[in-house]
Write a protein that binds this ligand. Structure first.
Ligand SMILES: Cc1ncc(COP(=O)(O)O)c(C=O)c1O
Length: 640
């Protein structure tokens, strides 16, 4: 495993080893902020008297403040120790100092990224973060290009996924509105079905034609046509009236793999399309089954059922598996050519930053062999093809607060072609303004026009921007961090196999499927047990030792993992059977009155110090030793 020493300065560290660095930065830039305030109008005298601190009320206030802060600080000691390499539970780890320092530095300026008026500096940074992420994904990232990508930050992956749905619906419904408004020269679409099922690129093309046509009209006519089209838009009419006006059309479906995060269900409810429009597709070894997608598309075309979007997941929440993005975009292209167009969105909330492993500093794609050079099996050919196809998708979600190692409150939505975004603006004047009339940066400085939120943190944007500047999003910088997570997952996988052999007298253990990225699951069944419920009860008991328990001080816990399940409806009956049989479980014991799923342990390998090279220490080995102790205690009869 290669080790870059500059990574030593990246994190606060498990022992807060870099406290001096962070403290120095925080104090230095807090002072800097103080001078900024004082130098704004130095002629203004201090509004708070210099002797105010001697007043009893001031002192009483300070005493109360201190007491509450002490209490807060004391109770926060019960927080989950995400920073520790002993923590392998959920998708969170230590924080990157560049982001932490930039966020703390920016907080007292309190920029509001709703628009440049309240955030003249950090709005620009947020738009540039969108370009940084676009480059990582293989989207056009030159703002001089008319079709340059655009991205913005959100509170997290849930809202980014929601934004993807919002944009896809707008793009889908707009050609129908244009047709209904009978705009001269644009009425080339045969019927509503054709208008509603254009490929995303064709819908953007039509939008541009409309903007071009409109800009050539005299001002009075322009306003009239604007109002006329606006009156036909789904955003104006609402779902009920829009679909009543276009009886040929049905609510469109969203196709997502069965492992998709529950934010997709939330998003469909929020849009008013309803959970019933979310169609969950089967998987093949926990990756979306492209044949099933193709079959569904064929059926839908026959039944005249429109599709809003197909979702591919880049690093599933439960298993870290990577869907065949390439297969999904191929399916979209084929389907669009046959008259059933839709958007492809990649939910890379978890795995998005792994794309840095696949990018050279010059922005070009690395070959599979180049990427594979520092790993034992990563990336599988399918995984490389999935990352290589990102540039062909329509939009992506990436969470800086997950594998970006930044504080919570940072997700990102990126779309491949910025021009579609004009459909989301609130002001009709903005909606149809000629994109050529203003520069890319100036157009997007009114961020609040485009995003689901209103006021939002400029400090988060500064954190992400500075981090991406210090650690550019390629294999030689940010990618080094991601490489460590994958190497740790490979080490964990190898250790799990040794562990299974070593514990065979006590339990039958396996890794249900080799990890695609950096999440590794472990299935455990007490030896000679054939009953699924008994195995599940045992793993739940083990999990008690591995979960965070708010009633106990965290220090009594040795290691943290999380728990998930494997279900036949997600895995497929044959795959489920294989896993149960490998564990010595009788497949006949699944379902019925007993458990309908297999409970397993789940490990997120993202802590940069899980393998501590400085002390020649592996917390992964430590974890397995701990697990072995727990199993021996729970199954004493097997050891005799
Ligand atoms: C694949 C995926 N999508 C979306 C989300 C939602 O992200 P957030 O919790 O940041 O809203 C998650 C969170 O775990 C996820 O794993």
């Amino acid at each position: 495993m290669t080790h870059a020493h500059y990574l030593d300065a990246c994190f606060l560290g498990p022992y807060a080893e870099n406290d001096a660095l962070l403290e120095k930065l925080v104090v230095e830039f807090l002072r800097d902020h103080v001078y900024w305030r004082r130098n704004f109008h130095p002629e203004d005298p201090p509004a708070i008297a210099t002797h105010a601190a001697q007043h009893p009320e001031y002192q009483a206030f300070e005493a109360r403040l201190r007491r509450e802060l002490h209490q807060l600080s004391a109770s926060l000691k019960r927080s989950v120790p995400f920073h520790s390499p002993r923590y392998m539970g959920h998708m969170v780890s230590d924080l990157l100092i560049p982001g932490l320092a930039a966020q703390i530095l920016t907080l007292p300026y309190n920029p509001n990224n709703v628009s440049e008026e309240s955030a003249p500096v950090t709005v620009d940074m947020e738009v540039k973060v969108g370009l940084q992420l676009a480059r990582m994904l293989g989207y056009p990232d030159d703002p001089e290009r008319p079709d340059c990508a655009f991205g913005h930050l959100t509170s997290g992956g849930t809202v980014a996924n929601y934004q993807a749905l919002r944009l896809a619906l707008s793009l889908k419904a707009f050609p129908v509105a244009l047709r209904a408004a009978k705009v001269p020269g644009l009425a080339v679409l045969q019927d509503d079905w054709e208008a509603f099922n254009l490929a995303p690129a064709a819908a953007i093309d039509l939008l541009l034609k409309w903007q071009h046509w409109l800009s050539a009209e005299p001002i009075a006519q322009r306003r009239r046509w604007q109002a006329r089209v606006q009156a036909e838009r789904l955003e104006q009419l609402g779902l009920i009236d829009f679909f009543a006006a276009h009886s040929q059309l049905r609510l469109p479906k969203v196709l997502a793999p069965i492992t998709a995060h529950y934010s997709w269900s939330k998003g469909l409810k929020l849009l008013g399309l309803g959970r019933a429009q979310l169609e969950l597709l089967p998987e093949n070894r926990m990756r979306l089954d492209v044949a099933a997608l193709e079959q569904t598309l064929d059926d839908y075309r026959r039944d005249r059922q429109p599709v809003l979007m197909a979702v591919a997941v880049l690093g599933t929440t439960e298993y870290g598996t990577v869907d065949p993005v390439d297969g999904v975009v191929d399916a979209r292209d084929r389907s669009s050519a046959n008259g059933l167009g839709f958007c492809v969105h990649v939910d890379g909330a978890w795995g998005g930053y792994l794309a840095t492993l696949f990018r050279n500093p010059d922005g070009s794609l690395r070959s599979r062999d180049e990427v594979a050079a520092e790993f034992s099996t990563f990336p599988a050919t399918e995984v490389h093809s999935a990352f290589a196809a990102l540039g062909r998708t329509d939009s992506v979600t990436v969470d800086p607060h997950k594998l970006g190692y930044l504080p919570f409150g940072s997700g990102a939505f990126i779309c491949r072609d910025n021009r579609a975004m004009s459909l989301l603006t609130e002001e009709a004047d903005y909606v149809f303004s000629d994109p050529k009339a203003s520069s890319y940066m100036s157009r997007f400085r009114g961020l609040g026009q485009f995003i689901p939120e209103g006021s939002k943190s400029g400090a988060s944007a500064a954190a992400v921007y500075v981090t991406h500047r210090v650690l550019p999003l390629d294999s030689e910088h940010f990618g080094r961090l991601q490489a460590q997570t994958v190497q740790c997952a490979e080490a964990f996988h190898a250790a799990a196999q040794n562990f299974a052999a070593q514990m065979a007298d006590y339990a039958w253990i396996n890794v249900p499927f080799p990890p695609d990225s950096n999440l590794v699951c472990l299935a455990i069944n007490p030896r000679n047990n054939t009953d699924l419920s008994t195995a599940n009860a045992f793993v739940r008991q083990l999990y008690q030792a591995l979960r965070c328990d708010s009633a106990l001080p965290v220090q009594v816990k040795e290691y943290f993992a999380s728990m998930t399940t494997l279900r036949p409806d997600a895995l497929g009956a044959a795959e489920m059977r294989r896993i149960l049989i490998e564990l010595g479980l009788d497949p006949a014991t699944i379902g019925g009155d007993s458990d309908d799923r297999l409970v397993i342990l789940r490990h997120t390998l993202m802590n940069p110090f899980a393998i501590d090279r400085h002390n020649q220490l592996s917390y992964i080995d430590g974890y397995f030793e701990y697990l072995a102790r727990q199993i021996r205690v729970l199954l004493p009869e097997h050891g005799r």
